[in-house]
Design a protein around this ligand. Structure first.
Ligand code: NAD
Length: 286
């Protein structure tokens, strides 16, 4: 049977490391501060934001929530970002996506100073990631995937990595991180032809498509490491909804390693947000 790589367990280890780093920072009079900006009433966004804030509180990061109504003008949101950029108690700024249609998300993300961009979406951080300059903040989900992979892959060099999904949030940055580790990376997407054959070549297969059970057992090479990023809500047989990933896990017993959903990449994403916030606080403290 495939080894199940539990992200929730590794995320708890990261939280405990962070508590130690935060205690050291306290000795220098610094408490990491995270501003969480939520515009509108998207129910999923509310759930994500409250999870992130609870996690911040567990490790000792002060999180400050800014809830704005759904009809907030872009100028008002930009004014809030400017104030947070200038606030020395705030080391990380997170604007929960999606934003309402009257607001251009890229303009808002561009307005966050790169040093406080704990989601890693600012063009400066994206640029640093693409040039392999280790000095930027890296998007949380791909960073979480790499930490998981590092637990089970002793040497990345020359491995075939296939990433399903090319979003700016997951697929593209993860492909860059794998490339930096000298994997041979193939990025695939909804228009890719012959995806099952491409996937079957992978030593490392990452599914980030948002399509329940897309990756079937016969897409997975025996012994491959499979990271399931997908979060899909489906109706269960009992009539209740449940969360499943992009991988048909019950068909993948022949994989070497498999991350579960839930309890895999999701908790790692949150742990990496906390880590980015602490890194930003450490850098600002010099
Ligand atoms: P997205 O919709 O922005 O991108 C999806 C990508 O997958 C696109 O590039 C698309 O071309 C590709 N794709 C879609 N269907 C496909 C198919 N049938 N075959 C091949 N490629 C296909 O989504 P995203 O924001 O990158 O998120 C992807 C999934 O990961 C979603 O389920 C999302 O909920 C989940 N997610 C999880 C976490 C986490 O912390 N676990 C974080 C972010 C996203």
């Amino acid at each position: 049977m495939a080894e199940i790589l539990r992200g929730d367990v590794i995320a708890a280890e990261i939280e405990s490391e962070l508590r130690g780093r935060i205690a050291q920072l306290a000795g220098r009079g610094v408490t990491p501060g995270l501003a969480v900006v939520l515009v509108g009433d998207d129910p999923a966004s509310h759930v994500y934001v409250s999870r992130k804030q609870r996690a911040a509180a567990r490790v000792g990061i002060v999180s400050v929530e800014h809830r704005l109504p759904g009809d907030t003008a872009q100028a008002e949101l930009l004014a809030l970002i400017a104030a947070l950029n200038a606030d020395p108690a705030i080391h990380g700024i997170l604007v929960q996506l999606p934003l309402p249609p009257q607001i251009a998300a890229d303009e808002v993300l561009d307005a966050i100073v790169p040093a406080k961009d704990v989601d890693g979406f600012h063009p400066v951080n994206v640029g640093r990631l693409s040039t392999g300059a280790g000095s930027g903040l890296v998007p949380c989900t791909p960073l979480g995937c790499m930490i998981l992979l590092e637990k089970v892959v002793p040497d990345f060099r020359g491995l075939d990595a296939v990433v399903i999904g090319k979003s700016n949030i997951v697929g593209k940055p993860l492909a860059l991180l794998l490339l930096e580790r000298e994997c041979t990376v193939t990025v695939t997407h909804i228009r890719t032809r012959g995806l099952p054959e491409i996937a079957r070549r992978a030593d490392i297969l990452v599914a980030a498509a948002g399509s329940a059970g897309l990756v079937r057992g016969d897409w997975v090479k025996p012994g491959a490491v499979v990271i399931d990023v997908g979060i899909n809500r489906i109706a269960g047989e009992d009539g209740k909804s449940r969360i499943v990933g992009d991988v048909a896990a019950d068909e993948c017993g022949h994989a070497g390693v498999l991350t579960p959903v839930p309890g895999g990449v999701g908790p790692m994403t949150i742990a990496c947000l906390l880590r980015n916030t602490v890194d930003a606080a450490v850098r600002s403290a010099g």
